[in-house]
Design a protein around this ligand. Structure first.
Ligand SMILES: Nc1ncnc2c1ncn2[C@@H]1O[C@H](COP(=O)(O)OP(=O)(O)O)[C@@H](O)[C@H]1O
Ligand SMILES: [Mg+2]
Length: 263
C-alpha cells in the first residue's frame, strides 16, 4: 500500500457538517444505489444533503438520478470559483460527468484525483448536514486522495452476501481503517441479500448465499446496518439501467440505514 505523504493539505468544507463515504471492493454490488438511496432517505428526513459522484470511471449517479444532461454554472464567490451542483429530490448532486462529454477513461491516477478533489472543494454545496460520497470500487488514487484531504466522518462498506464480494470489501475496509486515516466504519450494508417473488411474499430466496455481510461486520467489529433484498418492481423513470431508489419496495431499507447513521 502506498500511503506516502503525511503533510498533504486538507480541504476544508466549512459548510458541510458530515462526510459519509460509501465504499465497496468490486463494482456492481450496489454502491451507487446505496449512496443515492441513503442521500434520498436523509433528504426525505429533512436533512440538507449533497451527493458526490467520485466513481469517475463508472459514473452512474447522473443517470441514476436523471441529471445526466446537467451543465454546471461557474460562479465567482470572492476569490474562489464555485461550480453549481445539480438538484434533484432536494439533493445537491455533483459529478465530473457533468463537465465532460467523453468518458473520463483517459484520465489516469493523479490527474483524475486532483480534478475530483478540486471539484469537491469548488462545488457550491451551501450548508449541508451530510455529504454522501460514492467512491470508486477498490483502493486506488481517488480513495487515497479523498481520505488524505477530507475530514471523513465515517464510511459505509457495501457488499453482497458472496464470499468473493466480502473478501474484496475487506480490502477496501483495510484502507479505510489504515492508521494513516483511521476513518470509522459506521457499518456494513449487505445488498442483494435475498429475493422474494411477488407470488410468494413469505419466501426469501438467498440467491447469492448467506452471511457475508455479517462476517464482514464481525471482522471489523462494526454493525451490519441493513440487508437489502433484490427488488424487481422498482422501474426508474430516468433509465432502465438502475432501479428507482425512492420506490416504496426499497426506500424503507434506506430510511432504516439513514436512521441508524444519524442516531
Ligand atoms: N437491491 C437491488 N435490487 C435490484 N437491483 C439492484 C439492487 N441494488 C443494485 N441493483 C442494480 O444493480 C446494478 C449495479 O448497482 P450499482 O449501484 O450501480 O453498483 P456499483 O455502484 O457498486 O457498481 C444496477 O443496475 C442497480 O440498479
Ligand atoms: Mg457505481
Amino acid at each position: 500500500m502506498t500511503t506516502k505523504n503525511n503533510t498533504i493539505e486538507k480541504i476544508a468544507l466549512p459548510t458541510v457538517k458530515n462526510i459519509i463515504v460509501v465504499a465497496s471492493g468490486k463494482g456492481g454490488v450496489g454502491k451507487s444505489t446505496v449512496s443515492a438511496g441513503l442521500a434520498l432517505a436523509l433528504a426525505r428526513d429533512g436533512r440538507k444533503v449533497g451527493l458526490m459522484d467520485a466513481d469517475i470511471y463508472g459514473a452512474s449517479i447522473p443517470l441514476l438520478t436523471g441529471t445526466e444532461g446537467f451543465k454546471p454554472l461557474m460562479l465567482q464567490v470572492g476569490e474562489t470559483p464555485r461550480m453549481t451542483p445539480a438538484e434533484k429530490w432536494g439533493i445537491k448532486i455533483q459529478s465530473i460527468a457533468y463537465f465532460i462529454d467523453e468518458k473520463a477513461a483517459m484520465w489516469r491516477g493523479p490527474m483524475a484525483s486532483n480534478t475530483l478533489m478540486q471539484l469537491v472543494e469548488q462545488t457550491a454545496w451551501g450548508e449541508l448536514d451530510y455529504l454522501v460520497i460514492d467512491l470508486p470500487p477498490g483502493t486506488g488514487d481517488i480513495q487515497l486522495s479523498l481520505f488524505q484531504r477530507l475530514d471523513v466522518t465515517g464510511a459505509l462498506v457495501v457488499t453482497s452476501p458472496q464470499s468473493i464480494s466480502v473478501s474484496d470489501a475487506a480490502k477496501a475496509a483495510e484502507l479505510i481503517v489504515h492508521e494513516q486515516f483511521k476513518i470509522p466504519i459506521l457499518g456494513v450494508v449487505e445488498n442483494m441479500s435475498w429475493f422474494t417473488p411477488a407470488a410468494h411474499p413469505a419466501e426469501k430466496y438467498f440467491i447469492f448465499g448467506k452471511g457475508g455481510g455479517q462476517r464482514l461486520a464481525t471482522r471489523y467489529n462494526v454493525p451490519l446496518l441493513v440487508q437489502i433484498p433484490v427488488v424487481m418492481e422498482s422501474a426508474n423513470e430516468n433509465t432502465d439501467h438502475y432501479i428507482n431508489v425512492g420506490h416504496e419496495c426499497i426506500a424503507s431499507y434506506f430510511s432504516k440505514l439513514a436512521e441508524l447513521i444519524t442516531n
